[in-house]
Write a protein that binds this ligand. Structure first.
Ligand SMILES: [Fe+2]
Length: 359
């Protein structure tokens, strides 16, 4: 009996371990990646036309330098079987220290080191068969998003601290566990909406106080809450509020969506946001219980914490894991983020190069 329980605990632990994997670049590989990133930044970074094919070629070339184990790891993420893939051993991009106060968003976005980090993210996404993209109604239609406290809400006030804080990656507020919006569907387009991002990749330009990013893989949580609750979460009994990162006047609240769905290609796919989702008032008790169990399971999960620097990046599987962060303590922290679309996703394409989707 004890032996069986012990084995079950060990299985659960190795289950969690497999969800988070690290891909380490050796010096030669990392030099090569740096060179391709510089070349991509020189034409304008991910937003430039032609960046898409350049990133593809760079990823193809890089793969020739990878070992069999390294290729297998990329394949496992590409197939949707990993929650979080950390890339380490990357080259430092710049020695420039952050100023005491961040410059405005537009001048940060056009910096060469930012374009270089963004370009590197685009190539890393391509290594796991994800294409960089933007939604028409989010982040002003741009592929690259800088995650930093531009709008207040951090531990320390910014010079123009507004009274009402935006609940988005442009503020300094703590963000509870969530997947990235939009939340209409996760893999296949539905009713004129493209699916949620398949992945998001993050790296850091500056993270002087070494503030971590947290990830909660969902498979152990779902295993804990059990099969009946999971089934109840596949019903369209949930609603969500509009994201603050959407272009003003675009995007909307949503009703009658599910949190989980079964998918033939990836198994299960999730959409959830602890501060935007709720269960419909008229849902059955089974569904309400399942929602409470999910919230409790997520609340009790121990997040994987990783501190990003210029020498690392993390790709989060946005249909298999939640991410969150604490309140921003050092306002000089700047992360560079891009969304990725997997080989399994079928979106509504507005433009191909750069790739823009209807949200
Ligand atoms: Fe997020």
């Amino acid at each position: 009996m004890m032996e069986a329980i012990k084995q079950r605990i060990e299985t659960a632990e190795s289950f969690a371990e497999q969800e988070v994997r690290t891909f380490s670049f050796d010096t030669q590989q990392s030099k090569l990646l740096h060179r391709y990133s510089e070349e991509l930044a020189a034409i304008g970074g991910p937003q430039a036309s032609g960046a898409k094919s350049k990133a593809y070629l760079a990823a193809t070339e890089l793969k020739f330098s990878f070992s069999k184990d390294q290729c297998e790891l990329l394949g496992a993420y590409s197939d949707g079987l990993v929650s979080l893939l950390i890339f380490d051993g990357l080259q430092k991009i710049t020695d420039t220290r952050p100023p005491d106060e961040l410059p405005d968003l537009a001048s940060l976005e056009s910096r060469h080191d930012v374009l270089c980090l963004a370009a590197r993210n685009q190539i890393l996404l391509k290594l796991v068969d994800n294409s960089s993209f933007a939604y028409d109604m989010d982040n002003e239609g741009k592929l690259v998003r800088l995650v930093a406290n531009f709008k207040g809400g951090g531990l320390t006030k910014i010079p123009a601290e507004p009274d009402i804080k935006e609940l988005s990656s442009h503020s300094g507020l703590a963000l509870g566990p969530h997947t990235e919006a939009p939340y209409w569907c996760a893999v296949n387009a539905q009713d004129g909406h493209s699916p949620s991002p398949s992945s998001l990749i993050l790296s850091a330009l500056w993270n002087p106080s070494l503030e971590p990013t947290s990830v909660i893989p969902l498979p152990p949580v779902l295993q804990k809450i059990g099969v009946t609750n999971c089934l109840a979460l596949t019903t369209g009994n949930f609603q969500f509020t509009r994201s603050d990162s959407f272009v003003s006047g675009k995007g909307e609240d949503g009703r009658n969506v599910s949190i989980l769905e079964f998918d033939d290609k990836v198994g299960f796919a999730a959409r959830f946001n602890s501060y935007r989702f709720s269960v419909n008032d008229n849902a059955s008790n089974f569904v309400k219980t399942a929602y409470a169990a999910l919230c409790q399971g997520v609340g009790e999960a121990t997040p994987v914490e990783y501190t990003l620097t210029q020498e690392s990046a993390m790709v989060i599987n946005n249909i298999r894991a939640l991410h969150c962060r604490d309140v921003i303590k050092d306002n000089r922290r700047v992360l560079v983020r891009i969304f990725g679309l997997s080989k399994f996703s079928s979106p509504i394409v507005i433009s191909e190069d750069p790739l823009r989707l209807q949200g």
